[in-house]
Design a protein around this ligand. Structure first.
Ligand SMILES: [Zn+2]
Length: 163
């Protein structure tokens, strides 16, 4: 099963992108794909306003045009499916839960649990068919996630810590 390969770098490190398309590994890179991630806490699930205070990092990754189109398409599909599922859970289940659970926080927690279960097929697809490049920003490190092993190796070699 093709799972993403992680390369972890310190947040302050300057990133060098390999001269290779992260999607196909063949065609020359004639375009850029932006990848971004905002570091947030679990609390943002309950108070979405917290997202605005998360530390955002973004990178422009060299990629070939056909792969960029394909990446953008699957990104929107995933996003669309995720939003549709969350909206459906809140619209259909929240009114019903209102009559079952009086505590607001407990209701939110229940909704969150239902949403996670409903989202699990989308999450599973994401894990089994990862995007060419993605990032997860941590406190002191950034995890760069790649679909291709050869690209991950080239990225690792290009960003070896200088001693
Ligand atoms: Zn490509």
């Amino acid at each position: 099963m093709p799972m993403a390969i992680d390369v972890v770098l310190p947040t302050e490190q300057e990133v060098t992108w390999p001269d290779l398309c992260p999607g196909c590994g063949e065609r020359p890179c004639d375009n850029l794909l932006s990848v971004a991630h905002r570091r947030t806490s679990v609390a943002a699930w309950f108070w979405p306003i917290l997202y605005l205070f998360g530390k955002r990092r973004a990178f422009e990754v060299p990629i070939c045009s056909p792969c960029r189109r394909q990446q953008m398409r699957s990104r929107w599909l995933r996003f669309g499916a995720g939003v549709a599922i969350v909206v459906a859970v809140f619209w259909l289940i929240d009114p019903w839960l209102r009559n079952q659970i009086a505590s607001r926080n407990l209701r939110r927690l229940t909704l969150l649990g239902i949403a996670v279960i409903a989202l699990s097929p989308v999450i599973a697809l994401y894990v089994c068919f990862p995007p060419a490049v993605d990032i997860t920003v941590g406190k002191k490190t950034i995890a760069f996630e790649f679909a291709r092993r050869d690209y991950a190796d080239a990225f690792k070699a290009a960003n070896r810590p200088r001693s």
